[in-house]
Design a binder for this molecule. Sequence first.
Ligand SMILES: *Cc1c(COP(=O)(O)O)cnc(C)c1O
Length: 399
Amino acid sequence: MEKLIINPNCQPNEQGYFGEFGGAFIPEMLYKNVDELKTHYLDVIQKPEFQQEFRQLLRDYVGRPSPLYYSKKLSTQFNARVYLKREDLNHTGAHKINNTLGQILLAKHLNKKRIIAETGAGQHGVATATACALMGLPCTIYMGAVDIERQMPNVERMRLMGAEIIPAESRSKTLKDDTNEAMRAWINDPLETFYIIGSVVGPHPYPDMVTLFQSIISEEIKTQLQEKEQTAVPDYVIACVGGGSNAIGAFYHFIGNQHTKLIAVEAGGKGVSTGKTAASIAGGTKGILHGSKTYLMQTNDGQIIEPYSISAGLDYPGIGPVHAYLHDAKQIEVIAVDDQQAINAALDLAKNEGIIPALESAHALAALPMLNFENNPIVVINLSGRGDKDMLTFQKFIP
Ligand SMILES: *Cc1c(COP(=O)(O)O)cnc(C)c1O
């Protein structure tokens, strides 16, 4: 019987702190909503009935376990044994569905009647609309007015699955505003509404909850490596980081094991020193963002700096508090990869392997030439999603 295995090396305290990071910095009006979640989330998701239903959906609806693919060409090129964890093959084309299914099951167990979410690029919106269609719950997605225009195919996918899209019109019209609008909707209806967050960000217990749902990725990597390499312990795990949910999922069961090097790859954008970047560890300072203490890109007087990356999913001004903690505790290494390096890695994978990666995932691939492997190590790259959604960008670079 599959059980949720909790890693004691990656657990927040009662108040939701990983070391000095995390917590729940929320307006008083939200105390009740967040407190209800905090009180119940662990009990509910550890129940055998919950785990059974969750894992059955992951298997039969999402298509898990996602394959662990040995790439001969990357292995030869980089003097390593390189495996790709194929989250791109999940239903809806990325890892986000693992989390939205987990949260919607939790919402059902807590008797919630409607779902709200906010989305920037639209990937989390699509994964949420999918889960809502499956479960028959009404779904409202808040999205910046500018993003609605930029991401029309995703908007149409959500509508096709029955979601209502509400444009957030204020200020810069991108992610910051729709988060506020979604929060307002949640405050207005705390009893019936469940707010699904798409990464390991937000107030406690969201970062921990999302971590636990995504931890299925490293759980599978262990079993698959045992089969293929007769060891459950890789030498490296590499993943891209926007908020950090695919990365923490791929790292989770290896955290605290001194052998495995965990490499988180941020979006450098046009280069960390240019200011046109989304690298919040390389270019950020400590502060409060979306309800938790973490590293974020801000001016000296605390104004959020608009992030930039060629990849919409990594274009976030902060990083999940768990990564801020693991970075300061030297348990993960964080590196930055810029737009051009990511594009090159994506073009190479498409041409050499017949796999078009998401631009986000291409950042993880681009770390390979930066790591100087010795002794033919086992390297796992989390291929967080597929690149169909990025074709408009790739088109400009086809040689
Ligand atoms: C959203 C997204 C990401 C970034 O989100 P994380 O929470 O950092 O994982 C990465 N890859 C893909 C394919 C995405 O859709």
